[in-house]
Design a protein around this ligand. Structure first.
Ligand code: SF4
Length: 287
């Protein structure tokens, strides 16, 4: 099912200008934006993945990862396809870098499923980048809020300020990726920019519970200097913000060997100078 998109304007010659994320794509007739899920049909921009899910599961909240939001509880987790980033190391590239036919979702049915599962406190928009599923996420989040259930976003944070402001009142918790404090890293490896993510984190921290995840990749973002800057900056917003240092494994286009757990421990010690809660992820037996 396709739905007319929010956050775009019509230009001359059947062009459209999407303002949902900082790519701000100008899209010609019959073409899609960088995310591949917003398409110009005859001068109207449509969301192609509206209500389409490629993955549905009930996960522990800690798997998002959120350690300080309803610990020990569960969250109904859904994702669609597409992404506005092109990360070389993407672990979910089968759904993020493709267009698929997903299962059609019914929001009332999702609420019923959520309420029927023991200890399930709400829904998480996760697995691929949820902000490019904006029309569905906004609609679903409003209904979950009305039903007194929580909404969780697991996101790369690459969204423009105005759409974020409209969504935030319905969001209870976010896990936001902050992969590096180096703009070049975002440009070369992800196909994005650092500044919009910084803005998203600043706004989110004022409005809902936020935890940050940083995937640590050998030689790319594993320097002590980067961790010093990253943790210091998060602490300047709120030193109680939990930071998850996640171990990288080779995936998609990146084949350098996995991160040494000793590096993660070293970086954790650096981050703990500034932040109260720092966790290691993706290493069995280490936290
Ligand atoms: S949401 Fe998609 S179409 Fe819109 S600006 Fe971002 S990448 Fe481009």
């Amino acid at each position: 099912m396709k739905k007319e998109a929010l956050w775009y304007e019509k230009l001359d010659n059947n062009l459209v200008h999407c303002h949902l994320c900082p790519h701000n794509c100008k899209i010609a007739e019959s073409k899609s934006g960088i995310c591949k899920v917003r398409q110009n049909n005859n001068g109207t921009l449509y969301s192609l993945n509206y209500k389409k899910a490629t993955s549905i599961a009930v996960d522990p909240m800690e798997k998002k990862p959120l350690y300080h939001f309803h610990p020990g509880k569960y969250v109904l987790s859904i994702g669609t396809y597409g992404c506005n980033f092109r990360c070389d190391f993407c672990q979910n590239h089968e759904i993020s870098q493709t267009t698929l036919n997903g299962q059609m979702l019914d929001i009332d049915e999702l609420i019923k499923i959520c309420k029927s599962k023991p200890n399930c406190v709400g829904i998480a928009y996760t697995y691929n980048e949820p902000t490019i599923w904006y029309e569905f996420v906004l609609e679903c989040a409003k209904k979950f809020k009305e039903a007194n259930l929580a909404n969780v976003l697991v996101t790369n944070g690459y969204i423009n300020t105005e759409p974020l402001k409209e969504l935030l009142p319905y969001i209870d918790a976010m896990n936001i990726d902050l992969k590096s404090m180096n703009n070049e890293f975002y440009k070369k490896i992800c196909g994005g920019r650092l500044e919009p993510i910084i803005n998203t984190i600043k706004k989110a921290i004022k409005n809902c519970h936020v935890e940050i995840t940083s995937l640590i990749i050998p030689t790319k973002n594993d320097s002590l200097k980067n961790m010093e800057g990253l943790s210091k900056w998060i602490a300047s917003l709120n030193p109680n913000t939990p930071l998850h240092l996640s171990r990288y494994y080779p995936a998609y286009k990146m084949q350098i060997p996995p991160t040494d757990p000793m590096t993660l421990l070293e970086l954790k010690n650096v981050a703990l100078k500034h932040l109260k809660y720092v966790y290691i992820g993706n290493v069995p037996g280490l936290r």
